[in-house]
Design a protein around this ligand. Structure first.
Ligand SMILES: [Zn+2]
Length: 426
């Protein structure tokens, strides 16, 4: 009995050991399975994130970058069927880019009216002048979805040419998805002149705490606030953020500055108005704004320093011209970075062989010249490109809407601000 009992006891131990082993290995198996499951889930998440990032790049026409992202993946396990299909899809989009042979489109604005009551009250600057040559923020916001729906895509004006080392320029081919049309937008006189201060425009540009371009606006009591719809630039930035397909590889537009009242609302050409310390701060602020604009797809252009009548009435001598461009080079250019575009004051035209034109290009070191011309044509010369621009203001929208309609841009009737007074043609 004793022996039997003993062997029974041994038997129990063996059974217990077997059960224990089964339990442990079962637990290990379950643990392994769980680990494998979570590893696969992490892989799937990584895969989805990569594909989402590639999609985002693709919508903004960054095909090569999207492909490099996916094709650079080394982990073979990430390359699922869907992953490989995504690569094929992006390759197909990239291969569908077509040489653009259509006409060019370049439209321009001035700083936007944000308070129509103040702009059109006829106190300060004449209301009819604003009614003719300005656009309201409401109108600009209405245009953008129409331009997008009509297949326009913002294109960087500096990418229309290649600047060669010897000072010559060559026409550069434009490749876009079939049906898309390149659009350049420019904004003149982004200086927030004194005469506009009480007329319902932004006061100046700024960069917010997140590094984003913004407008500073003053209410009628003079209280300041930071807004994102006080002018063309922040409105377009927000629109492109929501609709990256409206911008070819991040392009936005061209911000044109004069110099006689500084830049972006900062009077950096009037040192006598400030202490040395204040003046240094203003210049720093201008640099910060220019850096922000450049890093978010904007170009900065010279719109002459003086915007003086001499530019259009034929009295400008070569000395006058030299002095004008020289002051831009002294007071503005060092603080706003690369400037290769010249946007002529009053939209004035010069023949490409005119000494004034040649001085602007060769001595002024500009290689793109933009006057005003409803044809929006672009012409290429040995050392420069001339691109005509259509003004999308009250004058064109009310008195010459066919210029906008015929170009297929949008129907001005869908855009015009109800708060405009009747236009008196000057
Ligand atoms: Zn101007």
């Amino acid at each position: 009995m004793v022996k039997k009992k003993k062997s029974l006891k041994t038997g129990n131990l063996v059974i217990a050991a077997v059960i224990f082993t089964i339990l442990i290995s079962g637990a290990l198996f379950v643990k392994d399975a769980l680990a494998e499951k979570s590893r696969l889930a992490a892989l799937e998440q990584q895969r989805q994130e990569l594909m989402a990032e590639a999609d985002k790049l693709t919508v903004g026409y960054y095909y090569d970058e999207a492909l490099a992202l996916l094709q650079g993946v080394e982990n073979q396990e990430l390359k699922s069927e869907a992953f490989l299909a995504k690569i094929a899809e992006i390759e197909e989009l990239r291969n569908s880019l077509t040489l653009y042979t259509g006409r060019t489109y370049h439209v321009f604005f001035h700083s936007l009216i944000i308070d129509t009551e103040l702009a059109f009250d006829d106190h300060g600057h004449p209301a009819n002048g604003y009614n003719m040559w300005m656009t309201t923020a409401t109108e600009f916001k209405r245009m953008l979805p129409l331009l997008l729906a009509n297949d326009f895509v913002l294109y960087d004006i500096t990418k229309f040419i290649t600047a060669n080392a010897d000072g010559t320029v060559s026409k550069r081919d434009i490749y876009l998805p079939p049906g898309k049309k390149p659009l350049v937008i420019s904004i003149d006189d982004v200086n927030y002149y004194n005469y506009m201060k009480t007329d319902g425009f932004a006061d100046r540009l700024t960069v917010d705490e997140n590094g984003k371009l913004a407008t500073v606006v003053k209410d009628r009591q003079g209280n300041e606030s930071i807004t994102y719809d006080g002018d063309v630039m922040p409105i377009l930035d927000s629109f492109v953020e929501e609709h990256p397909e409206f911008s070819y590889r991040g392009a936005k537009g061209v911000v044109a500055l004069t110099g006689y009242q500084g830049a972006f609302g900062y009077r950096i050409s009037d040192p006598e108005l400030y202490s040395a310390e204040q003046f240094a701060q203003l210049r720093q602020q201008v640099q910060k704004i220019a850096d922000t604009l450049h890093s978010t797809g904007w170009q900065i252009a010279c719109h002459s320093y003086t915007h003086n009548q001499m530019w259009r009435n034929g009295t400008m001598t070569m000395e006058d011209l030299k002095s004008d461009l020289g002051r831009f080079d002294k007071y503005i250019r060092p603080y706003v970075g690369e400037v290769s575009v010249f946007i002529s004051p009053f939209g004035v035209h010069f023949n490409s062989t005119d000494p004034i034109y040649q001085y602007i290009i060769t001595q002024g070191k500009y290689n793109i010249y933009c006057p005003v011309g409803a044809s929006m044509t672009t012409n290429y010369y040995s050392n420069s490109m001339i691109q005509n621009r259509l003004n999308l203001d009250g004058y064109t929208m009310i008195s010459a809407p066919s210029r906008i309609l015929d170009a297929g841009l949008f129907d001005p009737a869908l855009v015009l601000d109800e708060n405009r007074p009747p236009l008196k043609l000057q």
